[in-house]
Design a protein around this ligand. Structure first.
Ligand SMILES: C[S@@+](CC[C@H](N)C(=O)[O-])C[C@H]1O[C@@H](n2cnc3c(N)ncnc32)[C@H](O)[C@@H]1O
Length: 169
């Protein structure tokens, strides 16, 4: 395999392919999460970076995108450059199931139902109580959302990480 090709191939097969969230749904995800100055937003499986880039551009927050695919990381960095937010946004090529995202105050997801459920124990164990979680389109199994909003045929779900003494549902 030529070296150039090897360099853009993910070290691990992505658990879900890249499908971007439409911009009106991105806007609603940030609205429902009440993103504001001082927040630190993490998009787990960040694709072309549109959620972190929008959060940084609109609200001036620090934002991190994690994606396993180096091609997505390249696109996301280019997106941040185009939008003038490279001082606020970072993209890390990592497996979201192994990544350290404990500093997040807002987490955004557009994965798959089974991936959300697989991720849930890590979210509960590692995120600070009060951290807001927003998922485009997919629920989190038995963990019932606090808010559900429809946007042009898409659904956005919202949860808050509870205090530690609560047991994961
Ligand atoms: C459906 S796309 C969502 C992209 C973006 N969050 C959005 O809403 O526009 C899912 C992304 O997750 C990434 N991904 C899949 N498995 C992953 C894993 N284990 N760790 C990190 N990223 C992963 C894919 O490369 C893809 O870019």
């Amino acid at each position: 395999m030529p070296l150039a090709q090897a360099q853009v191939r993910p070290a691990q097969t992505p658990d879900v392919i890249f499908v971007p969230t439409p911009q009106d749904v991105v806007d609603e995800m940030l609205r429902i999460a009440d993103v504001k100055k001082g927040d630190v937003l993490y998009d787990l499986g960040s694709g072309d970076g549109r959620i972190p880039v929008t959060a940084a551009k609109r609200f001036g927050v620090r934002a991190v995108g994690i994606d396993i695919d180096p091609e997505r990381i390249r696109e996301a960095n280019e997106n941040a450059r185009r939008n003038g937010v490279t001082d606020l946004v970072r993209f890390r090529q990592e497996d979201l199931f192994k990544a350290d995202f404990r500093e997040a105050t807002v987490v955004t997801l557009y994965l798959l139902p089974d991936l959300n459920v697989r991720l849930r124990p890590k979210l509960w164990a590692e995120l600070k109580p009060g951290t807001r979680i927003v998922s485009h389109q997919f629920e989190m199994g038995t963990w019932k959302p606090e808010k559900v909003v429809e946007v042009n045929g898409r659904t956005v779900y919202f949860w808050t990480v509870p205090a530690r003494e609560k047991k994961s549902p």
